[in-house]
Design a protein around this ligand. Sequence first.
Ligand code: FES
Ligand code: FES
Length: 213
Amino acid sequence: MQISGRLELSRRHLLIVGAASLAASSIATPLPAAAQPARTGAPVMTRVSFDVNGETHQLELDTRTTLLDALREHLHLTGTKKGCDHGQCGACTVIVDGRRINSCLTLAVMHQGDEITTIEGLGTPDGLHPLQAAFVEHDGYQCGYCTPGQICSAVAVLAEVKAGIPSHVTADLNAPVRLTNAELRERMSGNICRCGAYSNIAEAISEVAGRSA
Ligand code: FES
Ligand code: FES
């Protein structure tokens, strides 16, 4: 009897506490004006300026524009491809300040003052970059959709190896880095080729790496 009385008391106590906290949480605390979500849906525009393939561009962009869309839709440099738009395929790879990035995963406004190289900046039809020439020579593509990203990535891989930057599969961190088959496949693993031209791609990159070694 005594026990059930205590249980009854604690149940009542629990209900009172619950009701009190519900009432407290339902009293809306106004957010400061700066933290209020925009209600108009109007894009927020801003200016950004960066170099693409040696040329300075100034753009007025919706702040949500990715670098990939800025390149393709605003600068009409359509060599950089949109594959997944989710950072999974590498088709959108470009080189920013010497490092390769997935341009679909970064906002254009984050690149104020940066130097960007796309496939259009690597070579011309009459003067191919050595990697472009090697891809042609080794048939390193089928549909070609992944190829600009593969080549931009490969440019960065050769630079990484030259600079002695290890990868996830580098066994000896004190030895000079060599572009073995395992190193090449690991470093290029972010670039998917749906046509499966991997062995020819590897041959093309290895040839250029061997030449420049
Ligand atoms: Fe950027 Fe696929 S389009 S990673
Ligand atoms: Fe077609 Fe790579 S050549 S996706």
